[in-house]
Design a protein around this ligand. Sequence first.
Ligand SMILES: Nc1ncnc2c1ncn2[C@@H]1O[C@H](COP(=O)(O)OP(=O)(O)OP(=O)(O)O)[C@@H](O)[C@H]1O
Ligand SMILES: [Mg+2]
Length: 225
Amino acid sequence: MNVLVFASRKGGSGKSTLTAHLAAHAAKSNSPTLLIDADPQGSLTLWHQIRGEENPSIKKGVRGIAEAVKAAKREGYEWVFIDTPPTKSSAIVEAIGSATMVVIPSRPSVFDLAAVQDTIAISREQRKPYAVILNAAPAKRNDAESAVVADARGALSQLRVPVWSGQITNRAELSLALAYGEASNEFDAESAAAEEISNLWKAIERSVKAINGAYKNSRGGRAAA
Ligand SMILES: Nc1ncnc2c1ncn2[C@@H]1O[C@H](COP(=O)(O)OP(=O)(O)OP(=O)(O)O)[C@@H](O)[C@H]1O
Ligand SMILES: [Mg+2]
C-alpha cells in the first residue's frame, strides 16, 4: 500500500484540488483507493459527497492518522491519499510519518515558496521522500515556461528541493470539474488540464515505484529524499 500526503502550510496552494484529481485517477485503474480528509475545512469531503461514488472511498474526522493508515492496509487499500490543513500541527507531522511520499503543492510565488520550507523540514526530519509540484502556474507560451515558474525552479534547485519537471497550469476547469464531483479526465478527457494531471500521476507512480525499490534494496532503510 502506498500513502501520498498532500501538505503545505500555505492556504490555497492546491492540496485539496490535487488530492481529488489524482485520487480519482488512481481509483480509475480499479485500485482500491482511500481518501483521508484530515482538514476540518472538509473540501475533499464535499467533493466526495457530490461525486457519490465508492472508489475512492473517504474517511473524515479521523483522530489518529497512523491508526487510520494501518486500518487501511488491513482493509486492502492500494492507495491512500491524505489531504491536510494549512496549519502547523501534530496531525501533519503524524500524516507525514505515515507517508510513502509527501506531495507539496506550491504556487510559483515567493510567499508560497517560503511557506513550503516548514513542510520540507518535517519531511526531511522524518526522512520521507517529497517533491514540490508547481500549481496554478501561468500557461506556457510556445512550450516555454513563464518567468515566474523558471524563477521558482531556480530558487528551489538552490535549496536542493526536488521539483516535478512539469506544471499544473491555472485552469478554471480544474475547479469546475470538482464542483461537479468529477476529476479532470472525467470532466473533459481531451483537455489540457486532464493531460497535465495525467502526466503528474504518471510521475508520482514512477517515483513511488522507485521509492519502494530503493526501500527493498536497502533492506529496511529509507529511500533518499
Ligand atoms: N491549477 C489550478 N487552476 C485553477 N484553480 C486552482 C488550481 N489549483 C487550485 N485552484 C483553486 O484555488 C483554490 C484553492 O485550492 P485548494 O482548495 O485546492 O487549496 P488548498 O491548498 O487545499 O487550500 P487550504 O490550504 O485552504 O486547504 C480553490 O478555489 C481551487 O479551485
Ligand atoms: Mg484544502
